[in-house]
Design a protein around this ligand. Sequence first.
Ligand SMILES: [Fe+2]
Length: 335
Amino acid sequence: MTTTLAPATFAEITLPDSARDAIGAELLPLADPVLDIDRALARLHAVFARLPLGALQAVLDFGRHVDTPGVALVRNLPVDPELPATPVDGNPSPDKRTFVAEGVLLGLSQLLGEPVGFTTEKAGRLVHDVVPVSAGAATQTNQSSGVFLNFHNDIVHDEVGRYDVSNPDFLVLHCLRQDPGKEAVTYYADARDISRALDPDVLDTLRAPLFRLNAPGSYVREFAGGAEVLSDPVAVISGPAESPEISVSANGVRGLTDEAEAALHVLQRVCREVAHQVYLEPGTALLINNRKGLHARSQFLARHDGRDRWLQRTYLRRSLWAIRYRGVSGERRVH
Ligand SMILES: [Fe+2]
C-alpha cells in the first residue's frame, strides 16, 4: 500500500557563510543595478553562479516546476555594510551608497523570471521599496502597518478586464531592516493546502466565476479618484485540483451572491489556519509564487522615524512575451 503525502508547500534554503561572503564581496563595488538593468542582470547572473549547486537547483526548481513549494525562505544572504534611514515615503532612499541589497534581490529574482515594472505600481520601478507610509497606515496596501493585511496575491489593473493574467508570476521580498518591535509576520497560504482544508461546497463556490476583484489600492488612489474599479467576474480558485491557481485582491473582492460573499470570509479564516509564517530579518529573502498561493502580513509598530521596517520587492514574469501588448514604448521591462 502506498501513502500519498501532501506536497511540501514551504522550503528553506540557507547559504553557507563561504557563499554569503563570496557573493557579498562581488556585490559590494557594484553600481545601482537599475541604472543599466540588463547589463547588471548579466553580471548578477555570473555572481549568483557561485551559489552551492543544491541551493541553486532549489531556487531554479522553485521557479520552473508545478509541484514545488509556493514559498521559500532564503537565509544568510550578504547585507550592505551600512544602511541609511528607512525612507518614509515609499520612494528609493537617496542616501544608499552601496547596492548589495539590490544585487541580492535582483540576482535571486532572475533565477525565477524577468523583473518587470508596472506603470500603475511604484511608477514602473523594478525595485520596490516597501516601507510603512503614515498616510497609508490603515490601508490594505503595501504602505500599511497598523492593520492586518489580508490574504491576497498581487494583481495588476488591466484594460482587458482581468487583473489576474498580466500580473506577476513571482514576487521576491528582501528584508533590509526588521521592524523595531520584531512583530511583523509574513504569511503564505498555498492553494493546495487551502483546497484540502475547505469544505467541498465552499471550494465549489470559490471555483465558480462569481467574484469581481477591485483594482490595487495604488491604481484606485492614483488613477481612479478613489473609486472601485472592478474586474470581469472570475473564479477565485481555478485549474487542476492538485495544482490550483488562486487570486484575491488585497483591495477587496465583491462576491456576486450571498454564498460567494460567505465563501470569501471562510477563505480568509482557512488561510490563517493553513498558512506558513515567517519573521523577515536582514539577510533573509522570501520567494513567493504569486499564482500558487496568497500572502498576508500582520500589523506592526511603525514610527516613521527612519528606523522602520524596510523591504525591497521585485515583480517577476517567467516571460515578457505574453504581456507585450501592454508594454511601454522604449521601455523593455515596464508595462
Ligand atoms: Fe502583496
